[in-house]
Ligand binder design. Sequence first.
Ligand code: NAP
Length: 219
Amino acid sequence: MKIAITGASGKTGYRISEEAIKKGFKVKLIIRKNSKISEELKSLETFRVSLDNKEDLDKALKDVNALVIATGARPSLDLTGPAKVDALGVFRQLESCKRVGIKRVILVSSLCTGKLFHPLNLFGLILIWKKIGENFLQNSNLKWTIIRPGGLKENEDIKSENINYSKEDTQINGSIPRRLVAKCCIDSLSNNDSVNKIIEVTSSNNNKKISFKKAMQII
Ligand SMILES: NC(=O)c1ccc[n+]([C@@H]2O[C@H](COP(=O)([O-])OP(=O)(O)OC[C@H]3O[C@@H](n4cnc5c(N)ncnc54)[C@H](OP(=O)(O)O)[C@@H]3O)[C@@H](O)[C@H]2O)c1
């Protein structure tokens, strides 16, 4: 199975790429013209495109079975970033999926999407635009999974971190290492029970260990 990963230059995106390779997927990275990727990923098939360019995006997404969307507006003074990337950018990626025949999409979103009164919204109402991006996917007729992580952490020591998986709008606090979010994205691709589900994820050493497969049967 070959998958495309957009936002593969991001801190979650590169980990999704690594986890995909570990699980034996063929991987195509889709990044921006000036995106920087780590040395380890440089040998992989890579397309540098703008999400605004339909033709280039279609070419990049051709011949893959699934797309993992790990794009997200980077914090900046440009408060239009979330609207452009987390809503319109997702919409454009989904339109391209439909044109080229991709049927399966995983979206990295966030806890609390859709909430108006939240400090994160100081950055261009990001939680509102992310919810609109999610809605585009849910209404797309594609097979979708939305992963909503809590605050993302950089630590790679995940041995004692167990994931709390839950259905939509059930968690509002908490955090999770990006490495575990990456694993959830790849687990979703291998598990049909994740199709058409919103999965909220945080982690801590207080949670009981549960497999992704089992969690999907419960939520
Ligand atoms: N930070 C948190 O605590 C948190 C919590 C929950 C959810 N999230 C969400 O989780 C996702 C991953 O977060 P992260 O912190 O790991 O990501 P990140 O490191 O900020 O990476 C963002 C990725 O999106 C790409 N991107 C940004 N603007 C783009 C555009 N206009 N066109 C194409 N690509 C664009 C970036 O490309 P370049 O490398 O070229 O900039 C990069 O690959 C994001 O959607 C984020 O909103 C974050």
